[in-house]
Ligand binder design. Structure first.
Ligand SMILES: [Zn+2]
Ligand SMILES: [Zn+2]
Length: 440
């Protein structure tokens, strides 16, 4: 019995070697199921396969399929049978859930119901590679000499506070998608005929006589079918026969704390799709958005106006003459996430204009893909606070007089003549201006 089963398995694996990838699916569903036991789809919940909840929206279903189908695609996992099975499971799960009518059937009667509906109604059970190619273009494969579409570059401006705290956000762009109405055939009735002009070759050979008895053969692209070798009698109204349409497409992006400006986030095969090629990559480059008091600062925190240099943050704090000189003051600086950083000096502690306090650990989070987790504790750069001392340009004359009197009194006792001290030549001031070079 055991021997018999082993022989059968050997036989099956031989069949697998012979089959090309497209045909693989039909055979797997026939042969693999009895052996894979609990792995057969009938026992698996489609939503579990896609890792989504019962209330998942169309968008979430699509997004789950998008990720998983790429992850388990046989081209990306050569020789991995488990990945192949997963790829088929994911496709079938997506198929059952993506069509609203089939989804209803699935929710009531499960996979059996879906299968019956597909056999009975006008639903065609789809090859998983076809489902894949409707999403990403091409013939459902990554390799095999298939043409690849161009990458699309997108620049996304992100506020500094989102670089600091991290944020899951989304943006939209006009993506070229394979027309869903005609499944990328361009035909309203699904009929695609071989081009009569070129006989399906897409090119025509023209013979020109260049001299009596001498001919030149020129190969040109067939203008009747545009080189595709196929023609359509009734154009699809949705795409006008172009087989593709541009539609606003939402892309989710996860900004992780401390990501560098100019970071690139690559979405594999998410650029413009076409039936003629496998979609290229969508490449998102991050940029730092100029702070906007109105829009980006609902909590009115100072941090929004901090400047980022690598992992450090820079801030200019303005203090008055008295504070700078006499000390005895505190300030609450509100950071990017609203937490407070205390600045201050004790009584008698001087701050010079331009002086910089380096506050350890109050800079940007140092980027790590795990972020702050049980496996990894986030480290931070420094916050550099530069002081700008402002000297009052308006003061009560009486007050100024008093202060001057104090200066005069103390200058007589301890004053230093800065001019003498500097060693510069002693040239009498012709204009008779103030003999100013003195200080307390
Ligand atoms: Zn043609
Ligand atoms: Zn169409």
């Amino acid at each position: 019995m055991l021997l018999c089963r082993a022989a059968l398995l050997l036989f099956l694996s031989l069949i697998h070697l012979v089959l090309c990838a497209e045909d693989y699916y039909k055979v797997t569903s026939l042969f693999l199921s009895p052996f894979s036991g609990s792995r057969t789809l009938a026992n698996l919940d489609s939503r579990q396969v896609l890792g989504i909840s019962k209330s998942a929206s169309d968008k979430e279903i699509k997004s789950a399929y998008r990720q998983l189908s790429k992850k388990f695609h046989p081209d990306k996992n050569p020789g991995d049978e488990t990945a192949k099975e997963k790829f088929v499971e994911v496709s079938e799960a997506y198929e059952a859930l993506s069509d609203p009518e089939l989804r209803k059937v699935y929710d009531q009667y499960g996979h059996e119901g879906v299968k019956q509906r597909q056999q009975g109604g006008n639903f065609q059970h789809q090859n998983p590679f076809d489902i894949f190619s409707r999403f990403f273009g091409g013939g459902g494969h990554f390799q095999g000499g298939q043409r690849r579409g161009p990458n699309v570059e997108v620049k996304l401006a992100i506020a500094l506070r989102d670089f600091y705290s991290g944020r899951a956000t989304e943006f939209q762009w006009e993506k070229q998608q394979i027309c869903e109405e005609c499944d990328g055939t361009g035909s309203a009735d699904g009929v695609v005929e071989q081009c009569g002009t070129c006989g399906g070759h897409g090119v025509r050979i023209q013979r020109h006589q260049i001299a009596p008895g001498m001919f030149q053969q020129v190969q040109t692209q067939c203008d009747a079918c545009g080189g595709r070798g196929k023609t359509i009698r009734h154009r699809c109204p949705a795409c006008g026969g172009n087989r593709v349409v541009r539609k606003p497409t939402t892309v989710h992006i996860n900004i992780l704390p401390g990501m560098a400006k100019e970071s690139r986030v690559v979405y594999e095969n998410e650029a413009d799709a076409s039936p003629d090629y496998v979609a290229g990559d969508l490449v998102v480059t991050l940029a730092e958005k100029e702070p906007d008091l109105e829009q980006d600062n609902p909590d009115h925190v100072d941090g929004v106006f901090m400047r980022r240099k690598g992992d450090d943050l820079h801030w200019k704090e303005v203090i008055g003459l008295r504070e700078a000189w006499m000390g005895g003051w505190t300030r609450n600086l509100t950071h990017l996430d609203g937490h407070v950083v205390r600045l201050g000096r004790r009584e008698g502690q001087v701050v010079q204009s331009g002086q910089v306090d380096v506050i350890k650990g109050q800079g940007m989070p140092i980027f790590h893909e795990d972020g702050d987790s049980v496996y990894h504790e986030t480290q931070y750069g420094d916050l550099l606070v530069e002081y700008v001392v402002v000297i009052p340009d308006q003061a009560d004359p009486a007050m100024l007089k008093e202060i001057k009197a104090v200066f005069d009194k103390w200058q007589k006792k301890t004053g230093v003549d800065l001019h003498k001290d500097s060693g510069r030549p002693d040239i009498p001031d012709a204009a008779g201006g103030p003999p100013a070079h003195e200080e307390l």
